[in-house]
Design a protein around this ligand. Sequence first.
Ligand code: GA4
Length: 329
Amino acid sequence: MVVQSTLTHCSSIKTCNKHATDFTSIPVISLEDPESKSLMVKACEEYGFFKVVNHRVPMEFITRLESEALGFFNLPQFEKDKAGPPDPFGYGSKRIGSNGDVGWIEYLLLNTNPQVPSLKTLTVFQENPEFFRSAVNDYIQAVKTMAYEVLELIADGLKIEPRDALSKLLRDENSDSCFRLNHYPSCPELEALSGRNLVGFGEHTDPQIISVLRSNNTSGLQICLKDGTWVSVPPDETSFFINVGDALQVMTNGRLRSVKHRVLANTQNSRVSMIYFGGPPLSEKIVPLTSLMGRQEESLYKEFTWSEYKTSAYKSRLGDYRLGLFEKT
Ligand code: GA4
C-alpha cells in the first residue's frame, strides 16, 4: 500500500502491516563468553543476525556521537541540505539510493577512511566541526575493532584458516567500508493509518561482509526469519546488532545467510541508528573460502569482485534479491 492522502508530504512512502511479534529468541552473545565463536556461527546460520554484549566499545563514544548526530538532524532543513547530496557521501532525506526508493528517513552517509567525515558535511557544523569529526572517528575506530574481533571469532567457529581471513579484508587500508547515521523522525499522523506503519527503510539485505548497528531506545528494526515471518527486534541502546551481509554469505558458500531487514517509523519517538558496513577492497574476489569447502563441494556462485557486486547492487532497487544475478544456474 502506498500512502496517498493523510501524509501528503510523503506520498510515495510505503506502509506495511503493523503486526509483527517480538523477536524474543534473539541470540545474545557476550564477547567474554568462551563459547561465543560457536554461538555466533549458529546465530549466523539460523538468522544472519545476533546481538553483542560486553563489547568493550566505551558508552561515552556512543552517547557523544548520538548527541552530535541529533545536533545535526535538528538543524534547519536548508542547513542540512548543504551537506547533500548523499551520493557518494553526504546528507540525504527520504530518497534511498538512486533508483526511486524512498523512506521515512534522513541520514548522513560517510566514508570510513581516516579523512571522515567529508568536508561538505563538516562545513555544516560551523561552530565546531572538530567535535563532530572526533566523535565519528572515535566511534568508528572502536566499532571497527569490535567488528574485527567478531569476524575472527566467526572464522574460528567455522574453522577457517587463517583466523584473520575475513577480518583482514576490513583491516585493509583499501577496505571499501562506509558508515551511516540514520534519523527516523517520529510520525504522530501514523495513528490515522490504523493497523499500518510507515516504512522508514524498506526491506533489503546489506551487500557488504558484515554490518554493526547501534540504535537509541526506539523500536522499528525488524528482521525476516527463514520461514518469511517478520519479527521486531526490541531496541537496546547499550548493545550492538550484527547483520551478515551478502558478501559473507558468498564467502561461506551460503552457510551463513545475509539477513533481510527493514525499519518501520514510530508514532511517538524518533529513532537514531548508527551503522558501520564493513566491506572488502574493491578489487577483492568474492569467492567461497577454500578452507570451508568440502572435497566435492562446488561454489553456488559465479566468480565476481566486490567492485562488480557493488556496481550491480547500486543499480538495483532496495528490495531486489541482488545475489540472484550471481548464482550459478
Ligand atoms: C544497503 C546498505 C547500506 O545502507 C548502503 C545502502 C545503499 C544506499 O543507501 O545508497 C543502497 C542499499 C545499501 C542497497 C542497494 C542500493 C544501494 C541503496 C540501494 C537501493 C549504503 C549500501 O551499501 O547498500
